[in-house]
Design a protein around this ligand. Structure first.
Ligand code: IPE
Ligand code: IPE
Ligand code: MG
Ligand code: MG
Length: 292
């Protein structure tokens, strides 16, 4: 399975690199864009697009532009998340954060550019497909909803404006995590499935899988923030002190256990999919056991 993942990661990396070479952006913007597109992300969300699409019979190469698009959305959210006005982070993917290297102005513009072009890539991937079960509007709407005012943006807003001195409550935390991280996992899986002409019933199961996996992913992120180090993670640690996290709510062991339970739930959701879903199960195990 390691080979499966590294091959798909390479597909996404290569596509992002080729895109960086042909953005047509002026040099001043091309540099931060290229830095962001080439940065060493794990590409979990891109791999999720491809693994779901392949599980439903679509060829990987048809899924790569959409996988790259989801990674661009993720990258744009990280650029914004790292800004001084938000988490004020120093390190991302083992390198200085984009605003530290290129300034806040170009970092913000890069994030907006990445987000903007991501929608075009999803639309193009859909337009290149025959036959098509799902209308383009429905595919794009999944992405819009994941990012928008009830998606990542909502999660980030509430995350930043939660009073950490206030009562810790599970529902608020679930609200934040399911939006700031879970929503893009769900969109990634849905887009992969829809490009593979998935039927509505398995799409629903895939979305349950991705929702639980995304939540588990963010809970593990909370754990790693207190148990790991910048060398391993490639980003700052101890940034969640002011934030409401599952570690604060349940302790490190409690959070780990919750993450494991969510991964179990995600696996149960795709039980009926059989051998084609083997990479998805392996991805869930990877999320459960990740150390970076
Ligand atoms: C980091 O995501 C932000 C979270 C939602 C936890 P990743 O851990 O997937 O970051 P990269 O893409 O590998 O850098
Ligand atoms: C970032 O959340 C997740 C986004 C959706 C932007 P965090 O602030 O918790 O993640 P890291 O630790 O900076 O990657
Ligand atoms: Mg944050
Ligand atoms: Mg952050």
């Amino acid at each position: 399975m390691t080979d499966y993942f590294s091959a798909r990661r390479t597909l996404v990396d290569d596509y992002l690199a080729s895109l960086a070479a042909r953005t047509g952006a002026p040099a001043v913007l091309a540099a931060p864009l290229a830095r962001s597109l080439a940065s060493a992300g794990k590409r979990v969300r891109g791999i999720l697009v491809i693994a779901v699409g392949e599980a439903f019979g679509c060829k990987a190469e048809k899924l790569v532009p959409a996988a790259a698009a989801i990674e661009m959305i993720h990258a744009s959210s990280l650029i914004l998340d790292d800004l001084p006005a938000m988490d004020d982070a120093l390190l991302r993917r083992g390198a200085p954060t984009l605003h530290r290297e290129f300034g806040e102005d170009l970092a913000i513009l890069s994030a907006v550019a990445l987000l903007n072009h991501s929608y075009g890539l999803v639309a193009q991937a859909h337009a290149d497909l025959t036959p098509r079960r799902w209308p383009m509007q429905q595919v794009l709407q999944r992405v819009v909803d994941a990012v928008g005012w009830d998606g990542t943006v909502a999660g980030e807003a509430v995350d930043l404006h939660m009073n950490s001195a206030g009562p810790l409550d599970f529902d608020t935390l679930e609200f934040i995590h399911s939006r700031k991280t879970g929503a893009l996992f769900v969109a990634a899986a849905a887009v992969g499935g829809m490009l593979a002409n998935i039927h509505p019933a398995p799409l629903q199961r895939i979305e349950v899988f991705a929702k639980n996996l995304g939540l588990a992913f963010q809970i593990t992120d909370d754990v790693l923030d207190v148990t790991s180090n910048p060398e391993t993670l490639g980003k700052d640690v101890g940034k969640d002190e002011q934030r409401l996290t599952f570690v604060k709510l349940a302790g490190v062991e409690g959070a780990r256990k919750l993450s494991e339970e969510l991964v179990e739930t995600s696996m149960t959701a795709i039980e009926s999919l059989g051998p084609a879903a083997k990479p998805l199960r392996a991805l869930a195990v990877m999320v459960r056991d990740r150390v970076r």
